[in-house]
Structure formats: structure tokens, C-alpha cells
Ligand binder design. Sequence first.
Ligand SMILES: [Mn+2]
Length: 310
Amino acid sequence: MPLTLIEQSQHIVLIAHKNPDADSLGSACAFYSYLLRLNKKITLFCVSKEIHPNLRFLPWSEKLTDRFPEDGDCMISFDCGSNGRIGIEKNIPLINIDHHQSNNFYGVVNIINTSAISTTEVVYDFFVANDIKINDKIALSLYAGLLDDSKCFSDSECSAKTFDMARSLIQAGADHRLCVEWLFQRASLSSLRIKGVLLKEMKLFGNGQLARFDVSRALMEESGASLFECKKVLDQALGMRSVKAAIMVLEHPHGGVKISLHTDGSINASEVMEHFGGGGHIKRAGGRLKQENSSMVVEEMMRMILKELV
Ligand SMILES: [Mn+2]
């Protein structure tokens, strides 16, 4: 079914989610290489104008555009847990490829595996099942998503399957060292500066079980840091023995706040965020509160998390 739709289409738009990460963009880039072989017209699309410079090593990432082509007749979204993550609406068939627990099957075709560690694992399985040859560019793109979503193979969800896939991608030409350097070691001055400020200002609640970070617009502008860079402190807070959940409340430029919630798995982050209109995974979820009273909603969210942690 997905193959038929792809074969019948002339101009396929590959979509990475807003503020793309290595999993979303890596999946789309892997598909770009594959579709080139089919001689399709392809657009690599993301609604965000700027992408994080640490993703620039991904093959084809230079082709990324925020302009949706008028003659696009099929689109494929990668790692978009909900329709909203795409950031646009178009009246053409959509193939939804994802691994988020909160995915609500919004596509015409849905290739979803919520037990996959990354969307690139879902794409890898699709390629293997359909005898699609994985060349070095595809291998690198898929490996990048695997490495990032597994937090450099440190996540508890890493399984024999994860390492089997890693092995076969390295054999196919993925460069492990290159991915580690770009995704985990390259740091900008702004990312180091903001980490220091945020950790210093971290607040702890519920006997140290819940860590909270508040990020003002002024702090973001002053430091020049991106959302992506700010969110790294959440996992560092979870490194403390007492901390079971870490929340970031970031002032949104267009009003309201953006919430990111990371947990060690003792509470379901996706369920909490779904309650407030967001979603994600058990250990990582997020959403946006557009309401004017968003600070009150955040307090309600804090109470809910603390109640669940007891
Ligand atoms: Mn992902």
C-alpha cells in the first residue's frame, strides 16, 4: 500500500517536524536517497526556517526548504506524533511514519511502531521488508536518528534489535564517530553558557523528585541558545538519584509557553502531556500552552506530576 502510493506519485514531499531533530530529519534524508533511485521529484520540507547547525552533517540536509511545492501530490511525515507537528495542512495523501506512543494515525497510510526506539528504526524495517538497498548515505541518516533517540545507546529501551540495526548500518557505511561528534560533542558557546545558567536556577520539588527549569524569552535572546540546547539540561537533572521527572517551561515568542517533560519512566510523560493537549513518549513528551493563563495551567501540571510521583 505505501509502495503503491509512492509509485503512483510524481512529486513527493518529505516532512521533518517543527524544530527537527536527528531522528525526524535523518528519516526524511534516508527516504530522499531512496526516492532519488525511483526518479521521483522530491522536496525535503520543514516548516521551521532554521535548523540546528549540528544536523548539517546529514546527507541532503542542504536541500531542506520551508516552502511547500504547489505540485506536490503526496507527502510523508517522519517522527510527527501528531498532525500539528507537521505545521501545515495540505489536501494531498499523507503517509505517516512514526514511533510516538501518542500517534493518532492521522495519515492515509500509517506506518507506526511504538516499540521502535526511533523513527529511523521504523524506516529501516520498511527498507529491509521491501528489499530496498541501504547505501552509505541512507545508513548514516538512519544511524543518526538511532544514536540520538537512544541517547547515544544509553537509554533503557536499547535492545538486541537496537544493536543489530547499529551493526548492519555501520556495515553499510554509517560513520559512528562522525555522528557522535556532531550530535553529542560539538557545543556552541551559547549552549555551554545556558547550561550553566539553567542548572544554577534549577528548582526541586517533592523531596527532590521533580526538577523544574524556567526559561524566559530574555534569557534565550541573551544567550543565543536554541530550544534544542536548553532541553539538554533535562536529562542532566535526571542524572540525580532523587529526580524522577524534569520539566522545562519556556516562554514562547508568540505567547504562552512551551513545555518539555522528561521522566525516568516512573510516570508516563506522554499521558501527562496529552491531558494538556500535547504528547510524546513515556520518557519524553511536550506541548504548547497558548492560553493567557498558562502559568496557572503549569501549576496544575506540576500538581498532577507530583501527585503521580508519590
Ligand atoms: Mn523520534
